[in-house]
Design a protein around this ligand. Structure first.
Ligand SMILES: [Zn+2]
Length: 129
């Protein structure tokens, strides 16, 4: 009887469902009270990750459009403040590499540029292949 009581206690969990917060019964490592809660939780996480990824891609695309327009107008540099006023976000890059002593080259897909204080310079479009 005592062993049965211990088994019953082990079956009862003190944890709560990560989705709805209700008490969970069953396996020790269960995180959800039902498949519905598990699916809702995972769908929400995936949706949040998708939104973050889309926001980053949109910011990269906006940066690319701005840099591309600048380079195609014959300019290979510009004031960071001016570019930021157009929507350029210097915190969003697709790559960064060390290009010399205290010089970093940033990439936005196929466009590279360097920063000197508040000024972008050496904006270059690299053709594919
Ligand atoms: Zn639940």
């Amino acid at each position: 009887m005592k062993e049965e009581s211990n088994n019953l206690e082990a079956y009862r969990r003190r944890a709560n469902c990560l989705e709805c917060g209700c008490k969970i019964y069953g396996r020790e490592d269960k995180k959800f009270c039902s498949a519905t809660c598990k699916n809702m939780h995972n769908n929400r996480l995936r949706s949040a990750m998708r939104e973050q990824r889309n926001a980053a891609q949109m910011a990269l695309q906006r940066n690319h459009d701005i840099l591309s327009a600048l380079a195609n107008s014959g300019q290979n540099g510009g004031k960071l403040d001016t570019l930021c006023s157009l929507g350029f976000d210097p915190d969003v890059v697709s790559g960064i590499r060390h290009a010399g002593v205290r010089v970093w080259e940033y990439s936005c897909y196929n466009i590279t540029y360097r920063l000197n204080g508040r000024r972008l310079y050496k904006i270059e479009i690299h053709s594919g292949t």
